[in-house]
Design a protein around this ligand. Structure first.
Ligand code: NAP
Length: 263
């Protein structure tokens, strides 16, 4: 299996590192042309270079997914380079945890904006391309990033639960709205995946988890081995399924990629 996504053009947001980078790498291996996006230009450009060294046809487009003008430019640059867009992976996201009594408006708003508004801004920006009359018989794909927290909730993550739970509803709404254009809109809910978000948190770090919480989360994964959580490739394979023709009859759905933690 090396050509699952041959000549498909995919924008993958937040793909400078973490799960998004894992998706971009797997997509290049499967023959896709990819747009690497990240709010931080350094990892964005570095990942694009790494993928070019693998032989990938890659565009680096650093921008903030919550900024409409910047996202519209990314979409225009993608069409200018590749001539079309087949797949949008709304992976960019982040978390900032706090218990309810410490969760101020700024913390609430920031997490809703990056995860939920960012997904909406990118979806709106690709829609003119996806509803073109001449592409009406082709299946186009949008993959949104929820989380098991959006399904089950989690202590200290009310802001993240609002955003990720909202993405599940948003996915179903957009799937219904754009079904007539053959746009498949689906969501993935990762469980615990080893990235910066879940790394062991040391003093002064914004992202990460205390060692005790990491242990509890990893021990709850029946498939985990050697005390590590899931890997970006475990999620990349689900996203590749949603992005490929294998899932053309699937829309409005959610797959949990959690190694059996939330059955
Ligand atoms: P990550 O390693 O932090 O990667 C996320 C990337 O998105 C970062 O490079 C980040 O850039 C970028 N980003 C953040 N805000 C952005 C914005 N406004 N515009 C463009 N890019 C932006 O996190 P990850 O673990 O790979 O997470 C990927 C997705 O999976 C997220 O939606 C996350 O919520 C979801 N998820 C992850 C887990 C997990 O266990 N890791 C579990 C459930 C769901 P900066 O670093 O510069 O901010």
């Amino acid at each position: 299996m090396k050509e699952l996504l041959k000549d498909k053009v995919a924008i993958i947001t937040g793909s400078g590192r973490g799960i998004g980078k894992g998706i971009a790498t797997f997509f290049v291996e499967q023959g896709a042309k990819v747009v690497i996006n990240d709010i931080d230009p350094a990892p964005c450009n570095e990942t694009a270079e790494e993928l070019r060294a693998m032989g990938g046809d890659v565009l680096a487009s650093p921008c903030d997914v919550t900024n409409k003008e910047q996202v519209e430019k990314m979409v225009a640059d993608t069409i200018a380079k590749f001539g079309k867009i087949d797949i949008l992976v709304n992976n960019a996201g982040t978390s900032r945890d706090a218990l309810i009594h410490k969760m101020d408006d700024k913390l609430l708003r920031f997490i809703i904006d990056v995860n939920l508004k960012g997904t909406h801004v990118c979806t709106q920006a690709v829609m003119p391309e996806f509803i073109k009359e001449e592409r009406k018989d082709e299946f186009k794909k949008i993959i949104n990033f929820a989380s098991t927290t959006g399904v089950s909730g989690n202590i200290g993550q009310a802001n993240y639960a609002i955003a990720k739970g909202g993405i599940i509803g948003y996915t179903k709404a957009v799937a219904r709205e754009f079904a007539r254009y053959r746009v498949c809109v689906n969501a993935v809910a990762p469980g615990f995946i080893e990235t910066r978000m879940t790394q062991e948190k040391k003093p002064g770090m914004k992202l990460g988890l205390p060692p005790a919480i990491r242990s509890i989360a990893i021990n709850a994964i029946p498939f985990s081995r050697n005390k590590i959580g899931g890997r970006p490739i475990d999620i990349a394979r689900i996203v590749a399924f949603y992005s490929s023709d294998l899932s053309n009859w699937v829309t409005g759905q959610l797959i949990l990629g959690d190694g059996g933690a939330f059955i």
